[in-house]
Design a protein around this ligand. Structure first.
Ligand code: ZN
Length: 415
């Protein structure tokens, strides 16, 4: 009996031990699996969104895919997705694809020697873009310059043969600013405008770069068409999305006093009102330099367009340039319509692509901008609060860098 009891106890102990070990192994395995799963999940969250939630923690734990925030020195704001797509396609390398910080959407990458931040906007308008730019400069405190890149309405005249698919660069002209906010002026009988304020011009270092590029283009060596060809070669599906040249036959300018006939296209509009223009020998985009008019309203009126041209000598109208004009930005617009009632979206993708190509060409000429030890944007904000009188100090630093390495007799360095 005692022997039987001893065997039973031994069996019970053995079974208990086996159950305990099995349970321990099973629990341990589950814990290990859960630990690995959670670690992977945490890393993914960190890389994708977690570290970008607050500007002070941007990319703290995402160094595997992006650089530190202070290593990004150029801001590119492309208000619409249709405008950011070609610029993102033209990045030499993408560090981090589209992510949200809660208020801005960014893509990080590089063009030539520059680490750039590409920002898009949930809504258009001067006030919106000013907010996006302010948040961007707070998130990336070494931003030196900005480019506003996208589409705009062209204001052609006998003196300015602006066509769809051309490019307008916002530059100061005579005593005028590069950007005029015309909806701020007082309206008088007869549609007279009186401007009530003046916006800052783009930083001199960018103006010099534009000048240098203008000289190069004057020699017939524009790289824009080649850049567009490379973009389509790399991303052939962009051709299906309209990012290629639509054809000169689809570039129609009607007399300003002739209104669009109802319909999505100009198929029903009277061709006898088409303005006769000389044909061009090729379809390479022409680049125009001058004043960009900016307002918070869409201009779809040929007669208003003519008045803006006559009174303010505008080359182009948009809805964002005034919002960033005081923040060291240069505006680059591809012409997608003529700001009249015939305006439609057919040329928008291609116009966005030519603007992005110009931006790439321009950035390829600029030498690298060293990351800052102190916040340039904070300094800029502080200086702006004192009338912007000391802003040239920042420009002088940048100009010094620029002259040291770019304008050598051997020409552009990076393209
Ligand atoms: Zn029409």
């Amino acid at each position: 009996m005692e022997e039987l009891t001893s065997v039973s106890v031994s069996a019970w102990v053995a079974v208990s031990a086996w159950v305990a070990v099995s349970a321990w192994v099973a629990v341990s395995a589950w814990v290990a699996v859960l630990t690995v799963f959670c670690s992977i999940a945490i890393e993914v969250v960190k890389i994708q969104v977690g570290s970008f939630a607050m500007s002070s923690n941007i990319m703290k734990s995402s160094g595997k895919t992006a650089l530190r925030p202070e290593e990004y020195t150029i801001a590119c704001i492309c208000p619409l997705a249709i405008e950011s797509a070609p610029l993102e396609a033209l990045l030499d390398r993408t560090h981090l694809q589209t992510f949200w910080t809660g208020y801005n959407s960014y893509t990080l990458g590089e063009i030539g020697p520059h680490n750039v931040v590409v920002a898009t906007m949930p809504e258009t308008g001067n006030y919106k873009v000013a907010s996006v730019a302010a948040n961007l400069m707070n998130d990336f405190k070494s931003i030196e310059f900005g480019l506003l890149i996208g589409i705009g309405g062209g204001l052609p005249s006998e003196d300015d043969d602006i066509r769809l698919g051309d490019i307008v660069i916002g530059l100061p002209e005579n005593d005028d600013c590069a950007v005029v906010q015309f909806d701020r002026g007082k309206s008088y009988p007869g549609d007279q405008f009186e401007r009530t304020g003046f916006l800052n011009n783009p930083p001199r270092v960018l103006l010099r770069a534009v000048h240098q590029l203008r000289v190069r283009h004057g020699h017939g060596s524009s790289a824009i068409s080649m850049i567009l060809e490379q973009m389509i070669k790399k991303f052939p599906l962009m051709m299906d999305n309209g990012y290629t040249y639509p054809g000169r036959a689809r570039d129609v300018l009607f007399r300003p006093d002739y209104a669009h006939e109802p319909g999505p296209t100009c198929a029903r509009c009277d061709e006898s009102y088409i303005v006769k223009r000389d044909s061009r020998p090729d379809h390479h985009p022409r680049i125009h330099y001058g004043i960009i008019g900016s307002s918070n309203m869409v201009i779809k009126d040929g007669m208003l367009r003519e008045e803006l041209k006559r009174q303010l000598r505008l080359q182009c109208v948009d809805m964002e340039a005034a919002g960033v004009a005081d923040l060291q930005f240069l505006t680059i617009r591809g012409i997608s319509d003529y700001a009249d009632s015939h305006k439609n979206k057919e040329w928008q993708p291609y116009a966005a692509a030519v603007a992005a190509a110009y931006a790439r060409d321009l950035l390829s000429m600029l030498p690298p901008v060293p990351q800052q030890n102190e916040s340039v944007s904070q300094a800029r904000s502080h200086l702006a609060g004192h009338g912007g009188k000391e802003i040239p100090k920042i420009e002088m630093k940048a100009e010094k860098i620029f002259h040291q390495s770019t304008f050598s007799s051997s020409g552009p360095m990076y393209f």
